[in-house]
Write a protein that binds this ligand. Structure first.
Ligand SMILES: O=c1ccn([C@H]2C[C@H](O)[C@@H](COP(=O)(O)OP(=O)(O)OP(=O)(O)O)O2)c(=O)[nH]1
Ligand SMILES: [Mg+2]
Length: 158
């Protein structure tokens, strides 16, 4: 993976698609933001309306080359969720490091009013996170533990 000489962060390569022309690059909005905001690449003259209860696949206008050993996690923005009931249906969306298609955001409107997605609107955020891959093997049993099969509230609530 290449490192950005200025800040020593891994470099993320983005390729702009024709319908992403003129859009700001996805960007971290504050110095410590975990996620870079993703913008809607819907046509300027054709905003996308998401009716209450409906879902929509919103283009971002970019392909991302996620560095090997990392994934992109597409997450909702809390402001849109709080104010409008807009969230990502498949949250966190998984962007694989070998994916070469356009990154899209699957929004769902859990609010009571139509939500209009306009070009350039920051609709979601992407966190780049390291991925641990394992060697998968089958066995006849697992080791024993004090918890055993207890789960789903087995330790109580207080
Ligand atoms: O919110 C998302 C989720 C996924 N993807 C793209 C990138 C990802 O690498 C690919 C596959 O996603 P996933 O594995 O979640 O979907 P799938 O239903 O398992 O499709 P596939 O069979 O292509 O893996 O789709 C997006 O653009 N946005
Ligand atoms: Mg998959």
């Amino acid at each position: 993976m290449t490192l950005n000489a200025r800040d020593n962060h891994p470099a993320l390569t983005l390729v702009r698609l024709p319908h992403g022309e003129g859009l700001d690059l996805p960007a971290y909005e504050t110095a410590g933001a975990a996620g870079m905001d993703l913008r809607a690449a819907v046509p300027a003259d054709q905003p996308m309306t998401i009716r209450p209860g409906a879902r929509a696949l919103v283009p971002t206008g970019f392909t991302f080359e996620i560095p090997a050993g990392y994934e992109g996690q597409v997450r909702p923005r809390s402001g849109l969720a709080f104010k409008h009931g807009i969230t990502c249906l498949n949250t966190p969306g998984t962007i694989d490091s070998d994916y070469r298609g356009e990154v899209k955001v699957l929004l769902i409107n859990l609010g009571e009013a139509d939500f209009v997605v306009e070009r350039g609107m920051r609709i979601a955020q992407m966190v780049i996170a390291p991925v641990t891959r394992v060697t998968i093997r089958e066995a006849n049993g697992t080791s024993t533990t004090a918890r055993g099969a207890g789960g789903f509230g087995s330790t109580g609530s207080k």
